[in-house]
Design a protein around this ligand. Structure first.
Ligand SMILES: Nc1ncnc2c1ncn2[C@@H]1O[C@H](COP(=O)(O)OP(=O)(O)OP(=O)(O)O)[C@@H](O)[C@H]1O
Length: 263
């Protein structure tokens, strides 16, 4: 278990001359907690995640994991600490789900997998509810099944930082719930820093510890889901009028009443 937090300060990211992330300072993302990255389309969520994952270069600022400056780490060193799962998954290859997860588990090791490693892979597939797909080929899976296999590949690597871009987008309600609970469990058990892009604000209310709300490449709010998801932030970030109703399980639930009128 590690206890280092991820610290982002004065981060600037541009595509050519167009700046997309503007001097972003985030509160430290602590080990053992799941943080939702929220915000409307085009607000910079994927850009931020890709930058933290080292796929997009920041033009200024710093991203530190404990004492390590990730921007200066080479790709191999960063891959040891940080796993990034993109919104659009790569084209699937013709290997089995089990093999693909085993390859991911072995990415940082030279030794041949032992029986314990094989059991660990199978157990993870069971926990994700896809044990029965272990011998199916990746290129023969449905979109949601592929997303679950990609999550297994990410989780099995036991990174210190887990960056997931809309990991629920292809999943049905049952799997959305299961995946978020598994993420929470794994994050606590292994002291991960987990940052997950979500569009469903009710999922954030139900399943995450903290939330960040981005708007036009700037941080609009940060805090608990109840502090971040408010009628004022619904209006400011999403242009909708809405209420937060208490739900039977003690957390909030968003009710949208309509769109803010455009003058
Ligand atoms: N490769 C790129 N080249 C140029 N501009 C880009 C590129 N990728 C994203 N952008 C722009 O950067 C801004 C932020 O995009 P980004 O994909 O980070 O937003 P997002 O919050 O993840 O959106 P969504 O919720 O729609 O996935 C957008 O205005 C987008 O047009």
């Amino acid at each position: 278990m590690n206890s280092d937090s991820l610290q982002v300060s004065r981060l600037e990211v541009a595509y050519g001359r167009r700046q997309v992330i503007h001097g972003l300072d985030l509160p430290p993302l602590t080990a053992g907690s799941v943080t939702a990255l929220l915000g409307p389309n085009g607000s910079g969520k994927s850009t931020l995640l890709r930058t933290l994952g080292g796929l997009t270069r920041a033009s200024a600022g710093s991203v530190r994991l404990g004492r390590v400056e990730l921007a200066q780490a080479n790709a191999a060193a960063r891959a040891q600490h940080v796993v990034y799962m993109p919104q659009a998954l790569p084209r699937p290859v013709h290997i089995s789900v089990f093999e693909s997860v085993l390859v991911a588990a072995q990415a940082q090791q030279r030794a041949r997998p032992d029986a314990q490693e094989l059991e660990r892979v199978q157990a993870l597939l069971q926990h994700l509810g896809i044990g029965q797909l272990a011998q199916h080929h990746l290129d023969e899976l449905s979109g949601g099944q592929r997303q679950l296999a990609a999550l297994a590949q990410a989780l099995v690597r036991r990174p210190r930082v887990l960056l997931l871009d809309e990991p629920l987008s292809a999943l049905d309600l049952n799997y959305q719930y299961l995946v978020m609970e598994l993420l929470r469990r794994e994050t606590r058990r292994h002291g991960l820093v987990t940052l997950v892009v979500l569009h469903d604000l009710n999922t954030a209310f139900r399943h995450v510890d903290r939330a960040l709300l981005l708007h036009r490449g700037r941080l609009l709010r940060a805090g608990s889901p109840a502090e971040v998801i408010t009628p004022a932030s619904l209006a400011q970030a999403y242009g909708v009028t809405g209420r937060i109703e208490p739900c039977s399980q003690g957390h909030g639930q968003v009710q949208i009443d309509g769109l803010l009128s455009v003058e």
